[in-house]
Design a binder for this molecule. Structure first.
Ligand code: PGA
Length: 242
């Protein structure tokens, strides 16, 4: 199974456009047992976008179920809006909003308790030596190490210098990170790659890295581009069947 997940971030600015993007993908994606397609739109659009084939996720969640928490969205609300997935710890929330590991762990636990699959994002902030990368990643994934109860988490490796910059990460570096995870974590998690992913670079990553799919940002808002990535993933999954 190849996962193709689209993180819309704070886009688009109106429901009409959100529907246009969502239903263009929905119409053109035939549905396929080998490729799992999901999009992560802003909260306000979630209830208006529905499909059997294209799944939905949220970009964030609060850890309590309900109550006096002004501005927050609870996991029960996400379930009610049809979300199967939720991003947790995206670098834009870590470094722009200021979320720390303590908050991220609460959100992760809340997703799991409420049967939402969390996509835990992690990745180094800058291009530094691999020794430093390991320290940074280990800190971000601290609470996964030694916990068996976290087995339903999907990881998304997103080096910050690759996000939205056009500088896709080297496949050899992705592989170093994947090997590091294999050694450090006692569960084999599914791992997605994210960061300037597009239809031109996705094939090489699928072929050279033992990756389960992608978390696509900018390219997920361009329907033709996103559909092309899905098509490449479908072909790749099919070739693996033989
Ligand atoms: P990008 O974003 O594909 O636009 O680089 C990826 C992400 O932030 O999830």
């Amino acid at each position: 199974m190849v996962y193709i997940f689209g993180n819309w971030k704070c886009n688009p600015t109106n429901l009409k456009k959100a529907k246009e993007i969502f239903y263009t993908i929905e119409k053109n994606f035939k549905g396929n047992k080998k490729v799992n397609v999901a999009v992560f739109p802003p909260f306000v659009f979630l209830n208006s976008l529905n499909s059997e084939k294209v799944k939905k996720g949220a970009q964030d969640v609060f850890w309590e179920k309900q109550g006096a928490f002004t501005g927050e969205i609870s996991p029960l609300m996400l379930k009610d809006a049809g979300c199967r997935y939720c991003l947790v710890g995206h670098s834009e929330r870590r470094y722009i909003i200021g979320e720390n590991n303590e908050i991220i762990e609460k959100k992760l636990r809340s997703c799991l308790e409420n049967k939402i699959v969390p996509i835990l994002c992690f990745g180094e902030r800058e291009k530094v030596s691999f020794g430093k990368v390991k320290i940074e990643i280990k800190e971000q994934l601290k609470f996964l190490i030694n916990y068996k109860s976290f087995k339903n988490v999907i990881l998304a490796y997103e080096p910050v210098f690759s996000i939205g910059t056009g500088l896709v990460c080297d496949t050899s570096h992705i592989n170093d990170v994947l090997n590091f995870l294999k050694n450090e974590l006692n569960i084999k998690y599914k791992v997605l790659y994210g960061g300037s992913l597009n239809s031109k670079n996705c094939q090489e990553i699928l072929e050279k890295c033992d990756i389960n799919g992608f978390l696509v940002g900018g390219a997920s808002l361009k329907t033709r581009e996103f559909l092309k990535i899905i098509e490449i993933a479908e072909k790749y999954a099919k070739s693996k069947e033989k």
